[in-house]
Design a protein around this ligand. Sequence first.
Ligand SMILES: [Zn+2]
Length: 121
Amino acid sequence: MTFTWHRHHPRSDLHEMLHEAVPLDAQEQKILDAQERAFIQRRSMIEMHMQTANRQLSEAITNHPGWTPAVEAAMQHVEQAAADLQRETLVHIFEMRAGLKPEHRAAYDHVLIEALRHGSP
Ligand SMILES: [Zn+2]
């Protein structure tokens, strides 16, 4: 049994969207290089937690189909990983914003706020 909940991470896609909508220029790229790499690392760690949690969930349901304490516990892990991912992504989104030239921030804010207003992609 494979669960695919939370496989598409809206807040994480928002990150990709912002990079596409407001490409960093060479100078911004240089400033943000370390943060980008740190974010990718944090994100893959959370994604590993997510995979583990999804596996626990499918095992719990395979062992005992029904709303059991094991299913509840696994669900909480899944939700925790999803929340961590959203938080880390938003933290990085503001990290990126701080590294932008002031004249690029208005366009960035516009894309960010519109995406959040529409529930993000
Ligand atoms: Zn980024």
